[in-house]
Design a protein around this ligand. Structure first.
Ligand SMILES: Cc1cc2nc3c(=O)[nH]c(=O)nc-3n(C[C@H](O)[C@H](O)[C@H](O)COP(=O)(O)OP(=O)(O)OC[C@H]3O[C@@H](n4cnc5c(N)ncnc54)[C@H](O)[C@@H]3O)c2cc1C
Length: 496
């Protein structure tokens, strides 16, 4: 058994871990990160993202400071609006049904801008998300849903920039090394045991930051904690996030926190592979459903596709897929809205049918009750209030009236050929339950005491997300709490 000594040992090398590593180094600590994936699959779920990051800004000047590449022309043709701390705080409270830990939310919100600005100093670049979060109406782009900023190069660009910054700061990332146990001496965490190159190694450190993601890639834990049929969900991202960090901490007495039966899960192509494919990235998602109606194989609608902007419903609608016959449903569009479909609908690996009549469309939909399908669309069409104009940039109130399940915004009739339908199932993004931490990211034990030497950040922290999630918050949370964890772990390691 070999042993190493650094001040701060980080477990994982995704966004939260790399931010923790950089922050610890900024504070003068020596740092090493252990990553179970090979270098070709580096960056965990963070690599799979589009790099969308929810951040507070009070006007275009804040955005210009964060994105110096923003041109005058972009500014003059875009309504960026604002996304104030109050809006972010309210969004977190509302979508989590007022369960999110207020102290953690306060940190997430109040440090979001300064943390992105700090990332910028480490070489991460940002730009506006024109393609996905703003539609061009009458020559003007208008941002909606509180999500305006993405990293240049998306998730891969973010990870590349952070890995480069780590290399510049002499932070070693040890790949293909899976942490398996925490080493505890006299009640203090002093390192981890890891599986590496077929053997076992010990990595000693003055403090340990767990940043190894949730348990979404662990089919057994999914079923155990999320419930029946979750073993059948597709994993949108990394196959490496199997809950090790959470397990290791629970085994030494850490307290669990948050929504352990909850997860971020979206509509995802029915025939996507079991785990994410880096060549496809997040393109198996199908996020233009607010312009569709969703119909299951019994030919029935079952949810309000237009309940809110995509950012506020997409993370909870994956779960609804598992409740449908065959564990999925079809998004149905007609010609009027096909031009609004996101790029992910155009990939080669898409499960799609197209026809000029609804009857033909239904006959091509595997397992569909065709009669009921056609009747459901007729009922839906006749319930649409056509007096309200359609506007994809705002919650337009164009709705159906009197259906058992109404569509409350963006309700267009489905009557203009060609028709297209896309088959979706549940794709899990990450799990909500995790470890209980203080606002300084110290891991607490089941008696409410700090476990000396142990810090946690990123997906494996519980208490922030319940039931639902506002799009673009996972990366911001990883960065904000990663930065705090690295700084605190460095202070601890220095004896402060
Ligand atoms: C397809 C997709 C798209 C997304 N899009 C967005 C988006 O645009 N914006 C957004 O905010 N969020 C998005 N998310 C969510 C986002 O990915 C996560 O919230 C965020 O990346 C979590 O960061 P993390 O550092 O906690 O975890 P990760 O980035 O997953 O990093 C965890 C790392 O730990 C490693 N690891 C696991 N176990 C061990 C072990 N035992 N030992 C050593 N290493 C280990 C893993 O290999 C991994 O590299 C998306 C997720 C997916 C899957």
């Amino acid at each position: 058994m070999a042993s190493e000594l650094v001040d701060v040992l980080v477990v994982g090398a995704g966004n939260a871990a790399l931010c923790a590593a950089l922050s610890a180094r900024d504070s003068g600590a020596t740092v090493m990160a252990l990553e179970c994936a090979p270098i070709a699959e580096r960056g965990g779920n963070s690599t799979f993202t589009a790099g969308a990051m929810r951040v507070v800004y009070n006007g275009v000047d804040d955005l210009r400071a964060l994105m110096p590449d923003l041109t005058d022309q972009e500014v003059s043709t875009t309504d960026f609006g604002t996304y104030t701390a109050d809006q972010f705080y309210d969004d977190m409270a509302r979508v989590t049904e007022y369960r999110a830990d207020p102290e953690l939310v306060d940190l997430l919100v109040s440090r979001s801008y300064s943390t992105l600005d700090w990332m910028r100093t480490h070489g991460v670049r940002f730009m506006p998300i024109y393609g996905r979060q703003a539609f061009n109406v009458d020559g003007k782009f208008t941002f909606w849903g509180g999500l305006t900023v993405e990293t240049v190069g998306g998730g891969p660009g973010l990870v590349e920039a952070l890995v480069k910054a780590c290399a510049e700061q002499d932070i070693e990332i040890v790949y293909e090394t899976r942490a398996t146990d925490l080493i505890v001496e006299d009640g203090v965490v002093v390192g981890v045991k890891a599986r590496s190159n077929g053997g076992t190694r010990e990595f000693r450190a003055k403090s340990v930051v767990l940043a190894s993601g949730g348990f979404e890639a662990n089919a057994e834990w999914r079923t155990r904690y999320l419930g029946p049929d979750w073993d059948m969900a597709k994993v949108r991202g990394s196959k490496y996030n199997t809950g090790d960090g959470i397990r290791m901490a629970l085994e030494i007495g850490a307290s669990s926190a948050g929504h352990w039966s909850g997860a971020h899960a979206v509509q995802w192509d029915m025939n996507a592979p079991e785990f994410g494919d880096l060549a496809v990235g997040d393109n198996f998602q199908k996020h233009s459903y607010p312009w569709s109606i969703l119909i299951n194989n019994h030919g029935e609608r079952f949810l309000d596709e237009g309940a809110d902007f995509r950012n506020y419903t997409y993370a909870k609608y994956g779960r609804e897929m598992l409740k449908q016959p065959g564990l999925g449903a079809w998004q149905v569009f007609d010609n009027k809205v096909l031009h609004l479909l996101r790029d992910e609908y155009k990939i080669r690996q898409v499960t799609k049918v197209r026809a000029d009549t609804l009857e033909d469309l239904a006959s091509k939909m595997d397992g569909m009750d065709a009669d009921r399908f056609v009747k459901s669309i007729a009922e839906y069409n006749s319930a649409v209030d056509r007096s309200v104009p359609f506007d994809p940039n705002v919650k337009d109130g164009r709705r159906t009236i009197g259906l058992p399940v109404d569509k409350t915004n963006w309700a267009n009739t489905i009557d203009e050929p060609p028709f297209e339908a896309y088959q979706v199932t549940c794709g899990i993004t990450f799990t909500f339950g995790g470890l209980r931490v203080t606002p300084d990211t110290e891991v607490l034990d089941t008696d409410g005491r700090k476990i000396p030497g142990l810090f946690a950040c990123g997906e494996l922290v519980g208490g922030l997300f319940f039931f639902n999630y506002p799009g673009g918050t996972g990366l911001t949370s990883g960065s904000v709490f990663g930065r705090i964890a690295g700084g605190q772990a460095a202070i601890y390691a220095g004896g402060g």
